[in-house]
Design a protein around this ligand. Structure first.
Ligand code: PXP
Length: 245
């Protein structure tokens, strides 16, 4: 069964619009877990535009599943992650001006820095923090992820999700399928995410070896109409439908 990680950043985005206390992402995490999510994902961005340190600390205390922290390799953020000791981290690239994470991390270009951060995170806590790296579906990046000691990669599905034509969509899907096989051959864990929604997730759940999908925006948008509990349940059902037993 493919696991569903729900990214709850945008609950905090809404809260921060009025600089108040609600909607509370910690309360949201409880609902998301009740609805069957397998992990809670948050991205502590350097500009703290949604989730902040207090949220992450509270989440760490209350969640019953797993806390997956998405983060850049900035020293300040790495220091915080080492103190919090989440169940897993996913290293992502980060630009201040972007609306959302635009592409995968370039491990080849930043190899030494990433290798150091992977070592630091894996050896820091009382329990092992699994390290995943968010990359484009590219063989060289997968190989580099293995070399720097990652446990998992998360393949960026954004180009597939944003494809403007059927031809482009199929081409991007093929890249993800080929990359997934390479990830499995290298003995890495396989996650995927970004831009996935109720219409496009079906093709991704069919891919051999996918362990977890991290999905945020589409679930939070759907929650506006059907409630958070139902929005998560609906997505969970789509993941189950793709279960290859
Ligand atoms: N995975 C990673 C690594 C991400 O950075 C994001 C966006 O924060 C997601 C998954 C979720 O993307 P979306 O909100 O488009 O579902």
């Amino acid at each position: 069964m493919i696991r569903l990680g729900v990214n709850i950043d945008h609950i905090a985005s809404i809260r921060n619009l009025r600089k108040g206390d609600f909607p509370d992402p910690v309360y949201a995490a409880e609902i998301v877990e009740d609805a069957g999510a397998d992990s809670i994902t948050v991205h502590l961005r350097e500009d703290r535009r949604h989730i902040n340190e207090k949220d992450v600390k509270q989440l760490k205390d209350i969640i019953r599943t797993r806390l997956n922290l998405e983060m850049s390799v900035a020293p300040e953020i790495v220091g915080f992650a080492k103190k919090i000791n989440p169940d897993s981290v996913c290293l992502v690239p980060e630009k201040r001006q972007e609306l959302t994470t635009e592409g995968g991390l370039d491990i080849i270009k930043n190899r030494l820095k990433i290798q150091r951060v992977v070592n630091e995170l894996k050896s820091s806590g009382k329990t092992c923090t699994f390290v995943s790296i968010f990359i484009n579906p590219d063989f060289k990046q997968i190989k580099a992820a293995k070399e720097v000691g990652a446990d998992f990669v998360e393949l960026h599905t954004g180009r597939y999700a944003d494809a403007k034509s059927e031809v482009e969509r199929k081409k991007e899907l093929r890249k993800i399928q080929i990359a997934s096989d390479a990830v499995l051959e290298m003995g890495l864990g396989l996650n995927a995410g970004h831009g996935l929604d109720y219409n496009n997730v079906g093709e991704i759940v069919k891919i051999r070896g996918v362990q977890e999908l991290n999905i945020g925006y589409s679930i939070i948008c759907r929650a506006v109409f059907v409630g958070l509990f139902n929005a998560v349940k609906e997505m969970k059902k789509l993941l189950k439908a793709g279960d290859r037993g």
